[in-house]
Write a protein that binds this ligand. Sequence first.
Ligand code: SAM
Length: 279
Amino acid sequence: MSAQLYVVATPIGHLDDITYRAIEVLKSVKLIAAEDTRTSAKLLKHFSINTPLTACHDHNESDKVNHLVERILAGENMALISDAGTPLISDPGFKFVRAAQAKGVQVIPVPGACAAIAALSAVGLPSDRFSFEGFLPSKQSQRLLHLNRLKDETQTLIIYEAPHRILECVKDMADVFGADRPVGFAREITKTFETIKKMTLGELVEFISNDSNQQKGEIVLVIGGASVEKDMEQEKLDQLLTRLLQDLSVKAASQLAADLTGIKKKIAYQRALELSDKA
Ligand code: SAM
């Protein structure tokens, strides 16, 4: 007999975000493995799904999965769900999927809501390349180390953060990435107090410091990648200006640099002033 394991996404807030196929699959399987059976019981009740639930979470996943895989191999189709969104995405399920796959069980995704992708789709930051970082370490020393490793990453970064840590986390990001790095703040997606905003990290520190409501609920941060082009342009301009300033006045050097590079005269002049001050 060949039975399947369905990995089923559930809503991240708005119950209408479940798919028709998810409901159909959850009704048709013999057993649903859920992160928290009480949370999932409410969802199943809402959609009149009467399939039995069993707990499969971080604390029992290692022991439980072999037993569940045996049952699938004996012919019982099963579904895996988490409390919200897509299982395995900062949620349990990896060990189950890996064990099922290793025993030759067909694992079938039933896609749907995922907070990371929902946030990325709406915050207006580059989405062609991105890195999902999940939750950052909760200890500040480890978080700073981790952020330092991510500092020069040019892809967009997606981070999940708990509300009670959001302010300290954003402050650390502003310190490490720079206060002018763009950030998308996506809070309570699909829920009553949904807030989606794009600003700089410095502005976000102010925004959430000044409004404690912004430190509540569920939050995704989408951070613009390090701007390689900007750094290179800056470096080239600095080299050119440094050389020109050896023979020319600030005004003449910046005029010539602007003509040669196409950079705005005002910007070249400002930078020439800074460099001549340092010299
Ligand atoms: N598996 C889920 C998914 O597919 O997105 C993520 C589960 S993870 C344990 C929970 C975290 O996801 C929250 O702390 C928050 O960062 C993010 N999240 C979940 N639902 C959200 C929502 N409605 N709005 C914003 N962030 C959400």
